[in-house]
Design a protein around this ligand. Sequence first.
Ligand code: HPA
Length: 256
Amino acid sequence: MRKAIIGGTGIYGLSNEVEQRTVETLYGAVECDLIRVGDQEIVFLARHGKGHSAPPHKINYRANMMALKQLEVKEIYATCAVGSMNPAFEPGDVVVINDFLDFTKSRVQTFYEGGETKVAHVEMTQPYCPNLIDRFKNAVSLTDLSYKGEAVYVCTEGPRFETAAEIRMYQKLGGDVVGMTNVPECVLAKELGMCYSALGIITNWCTGIEGVQIEGHVIDEAMGKNKESLTQLFIKLLTQGSSEVKCRCDQSLIIL
Ligand code: HPA
């Protein structure tokens, strides 16, 4: 059983022992790093590919998640940059995602497309693994990250940012933060029976909040500020013991 980290930049440096691996899947080839941390071999996957080459709507999510499955990953800890529409979560803070609202438009969200691949529905009572949420919360409290609580993630199609009217709508619907990648990543992990969790790193106020325009350097600064602490967080997460509570992440698929 392996653990995986999905992220962008900022969490390399966990170990000097890094082996690059190309995993061939039915959906395409995926580059991963196998990293030795203590007595464990962790998989690191750069969601957008090496050099951030795929935009959110073009990421090959099925290949990414199938590659992790083929590497015998059971637990996934993802990080994602998000904008905040909740006044309690400021740029530089981190939140643990506990649910999502899906506003994507053109993404394949399933491995089950009928015919030989059958028809299946994945159950979504707990899209994010409750055990991993607990572990994220325990580990984050041991770092100097500014952890502000759990949050509902709105996933947009991107790559454009949202309009102010869209953000007002998402707020009314119960969203706290917005990003472009957690769907279908979370959904596909569940189809494959893997436990999935995500830490949101607040990089900016959403459009129309605080009356400022979103700027690239603000996003970079928020990521940069948290780089060291995120590395510490992952070392703590990956070396802490497993909780005994049984989740149902590997029993969420209903095949018809
Ligand atoms: N909107 C969508 N995705 C994002 C944002 C945002 O404001 N910030 C970082 N990723």
